[in-house]
Write a new protein. Structure first.
Length: 768
């Protein structure tokens, strides 16, 4: 974090110094010739008669001051640099702020330690940062490797740990290349063996250092007649007219050659230096080494420093380096917060485990396996709470992490319950990767086993509850029989946990008791709306009544098509749980509309018990896995029953945007009684927003069958729409419809093609 902050401070060092020192490094441009190096050296000797000039730097920019470097005092590595007016040779004021940046550079490079041990410490830290960057890349490696959105974007609507992880991982991906560049160059400079090895590869080995004889004490007055720089300067200007920066090294002796380094105007970076060696007396060119003629290794070596500070890519590169360096403290903070959250969850899980161990152990020859896959400890905690409830009811329970479980061990149980969290974009947690790999490679059959899956996730991720769904599908494929459909929990959703509690009570038999699981959303997450309308949509139907429910309240920033809403029934208390519904309206309608079948406590209260005007406590839930497909494309909407809600919100949004290429395939029982939303659908049809419409009624003699049957009948049209880029949306019941539609689509398009559509976000489902 310290190295990052100091690196960000140094990123625009030159620009900051220029800004706070007007008239020092740049003076007012005059209509006059600039002085040559001989005049500047004489001015420097007059200003500092007891110091030796070691370098003179000129820039081709009009008004740029001449910079003169002096030999360092005894015991120091670096001498002072002063500035002279290029037109008059007048000594300019001392550069303010230079001492601060020198101190910051020492902190950045050596952490204010002596040079050699400081290099070792900073180099070790560079190695650590490299390890953090590469292991972070491994940990977030997504399932959809070639989808750039997975790598570089995340939903800012996330909260809590999901937001921290998204920010930490996505921002880390953005700056990954810059961090590796930082660390590689830092390690190169810090460790001489590594630098010598790299220089050897590049063919630029430094000559070994020779011990120099001690110089006599005292300061030797420079010889005022050391030589004239004018002949050498004239030779340089004749042979290298296209320079933007030139550095002259005046020799200590009058008969020694003059060394000149320069950077051409068309150079790729500031360290692309060419060099000349010139006879100081005659001005004869002794040697010239152009940058473009240097070996590739030497040119690569010269780019290390410009890449490290970002100047290789100009001001844009400096800005990128500044942001990346400034992000290092941010990664420290978010990483620490994620670590503390994980510790908290694990501490709670340890307490739950201790309570379970202290409780009386139920005996039995047919124990239930309670297995969990946890990234932060929440899944472990829920598994332990569930196991404690079963054990209290006299059911023998074995609790295991998937970290050490194998398919053969799993096969020894007749009943298995899984609490599975997901990591990142639907990946298994670290502890469950081995089990997931073994399970997919296993050939065992689990026809003797019954199972249930409680999947934990966050709907802001595209692959919501991805690992739990994968686990559920794989167990079913291997012959295991589900005790009940998978239960998906969105960020501690109380309703889903209540359904899991009901499933546990089914295993308890006569000793069943209330199961309290601690992971519900708080009351502060809910807001009050008012019940303003209730219309029966299917009078006379042989099925359960289906109502359109309208709620009025503060729309605020609104919601996206496909969103969900949690609703508490009546004056909620400990014995009631919220129910989740698909929104059938869009925020532009100014109200929430639901399509609710009268089944269960919450639906019964909404459709019969609640009075018009009653308060309804609601919580909006984003649903990215059923969100709008962002690219302009045709859309196919498939559903049944109350699934018309999620489809209707999408279709209303499409009509509002003027997108006409839509296809609705919707199924119900009888046309005479169950033709829900008919007027609205026919209006869309007449206005050209439903060029394809299939309404299927399973109990009618002349329109029988199911939506999956109609899909097979229209397979050619479906393939044509998909080939034109269409996205497919499925909303409705898990039992029967969703599985049948999935199988039909796989038969028509091919399972691999369907998987590809899922990866591209073109196959989206909201099923329950």
């Amino acid at each position: 974090m310290v190295i990052g902050l100091t690196g960000a401070t140094l990123a625009f060092r030159e620009q900051i110094l220029d800004a706070i020192n007007p008239g020092v490094r740049n003076v007012a441009v005059r209509n006059a010739p600039v002085l040559g190096p001989q005049q500047i050296m004489l001015a420097a000797q007059a200003a500092r008669p007891h110091e030796r000039v070691t370098s003179i730097i000129f820039y081709d920019t009009p008004g740029a001051s001449a910079r003169v470097g002096f030999a360092p005092p005894p015991g120091q590595r670096k001498g002072e640099t002063v500035y002279f007016n290029p037109y008059t040779g007048v000594l300019l004021p001392e550069l303010a702020g230079e001492d601060f940046f020198e101190w910051t550079e020492q902190l950045h490079r050596f952490l204010l330690l002596p040079r050699d041990p400081g290099k070792m410490v900073s180099g070790t830290l560079a190695f650590c940062l490299m390890g953090l960057a590469l292991t972070g890349l491994y940990l977030r490696w997504p399932r959809r490797v070639w989808d750039w959105r997975t790598w570089l974007t995340f939903d800012t609507r996330m909260k809590g740990r999901s937001f921290l992880w998204g920010l930490h991982s996505v921002a880390g991906t953005w700056v990954m290349v810059v961090f590796l560049m930082f660390t590689a160059s830092g390690v190169y400079w810090a460790f001489d063996p590594i630098r010598d090895m790299a220089d050897g590869w590049m063919g630029t080995l430094r000559p070994p250092r020779e011990a120099s004889a001690p110089k006599p004490k005292g300061v030797k007055r420079p010889d005022a007649s050391m030589g004239d720089l004018t002949p050498g300067w004239e030779t340089f200007q004749k042979d290298a007219p296209n320079w933007q920066m030139v550095l002259l090294r005046p020799p200590e002796r009058a008969n020694a050659p003059l060394q000149i380094l320069w950077v051409a105007k068309d150079a790729t970076h500031v360290r692309a230096r060419s060099s000349m060696t010139i006879n100081q007396q005659t001005g004869a060119l002794l040697k010239q080494d152009l940058y473009n003629d240097k070996p590739l290794g030497a040119r690569l070596q010269s780019t290390i420093y410009p890449l490290h500070i970002g100047t290789y890519f100009g001001v844009a590169g400096q800005l990128i380096v500044f942001i990346a360096a400034l992000a290092l403290p941010g990664f420290g903070i978010t990483g620490w917060m994620l670590y503390l959250d994980r510790r908290k969850q694990k501490r709670i899980a340890r307490a739950e485990r201790a309570q379970l161990a202290a409780a009386p152990t139920a005996a039995g020859d047919d124990p239930v396996l309670m297995a969990y896959a946890s990234q932060t400890g929440q899944a472990e905690r829920l598994a332990l709470q569930s196991a404690a409830a079963l054990q209290k009811a006299g059911v023998a329970v074995h609790v295991h992490s998937l970290e050490k479980l194998t398919p053969p061990q799993l096969g020894k149980y007749r009943r298995a319950l899984f609490v599975a969290s997901s990591f990142g974009e639907g990946e298994p947690p670290d502890s469950a990767r081995r089990f997931s790999r073994l399970l997919h490679a296993a050939a065992q059959e689990f026809k003797h086993m019954q199972y249930a899956v409680l999947a934990l996730g966050d709907r802001n991720y595209t692959q919501f509850c991805g690992f739990g769904r994968t686990l559920d599908q794989r167990l079913a494929f291997m012959g295991a029989q589900p005790l009940h459909p998978i239960i998906e929990v969105d960020k501690g959703d109380a309703g889903a946990l209540a359904r899991w509690g009901n499933a546990l009570r089914g295993l308890m038999g006569e000793a069943a008791s209330d199961v309290q699981l601690q992971a519900a959303a708080g009351d502060d997450d809910y807001v009050s709306w008012r019940l303003s309308g209730r219309v029966l949509l299917n009078p006379g139907s042989i099925g359960a009544p289906l109502y359109e429910i309208t709620l009025d309240g503060d729309v605020g920033t609104g919601w996206r098509p496909g969103a969900l809403v949690d609703i508490w029934p009546g004056h909620y208390g400990k014995d009631t749980t919220p129910r989740r519904y698909s929104l059938a309206s869009i925020s532009q309608d100014g109200s929430m509309q639901l399509v609710v079948r009268k089944v269960g406590l919450a639906s019964g209260w909404l459709t019969a018990q609640a009075m018009i005007g009653d308060e309804v406590r609601v919580r909006l839930i984003a649903n990215p896995s059923f969100d709008v497909y962002e690219k302009p494309a045709p859309a196919i909407y498939i559903g049944n029953g109350s699934g018309i809600a999620g489809l209707r919100s999408h279709l209303r949004a499409r009509v509002l945007e003027g997108q006409q290429r839509n296809w609705l395939i919707f199924g119900e029982r009888q046309q005479a009684y169950d033709a829900v939303c008919t007027e609205e659908i026919q209006s869309w049809r007449v206005r050209g927003f439903l060029p394809e419409l299939d309404l299927v009624y399973s109990r009618d003699a002349n329109g029988g069958g199911y939506v999956q049957d109609r899909l097979r009948q229209r397979a050619d049209t479906l393939r044509a729409w998909v080939n034109d880029g269409a996205a497919i949306f499925v909303c409705g019941s898990l039992q029967g419809m969703a599985g049948g539609v999935d199988d039909a689509l796989a038969d028509i398009l091919g399972r691999s093609r369907l998987a590809q559509l899922t990866e591209e976000g073109r196959y989206r489902r909201d099923i329950y």
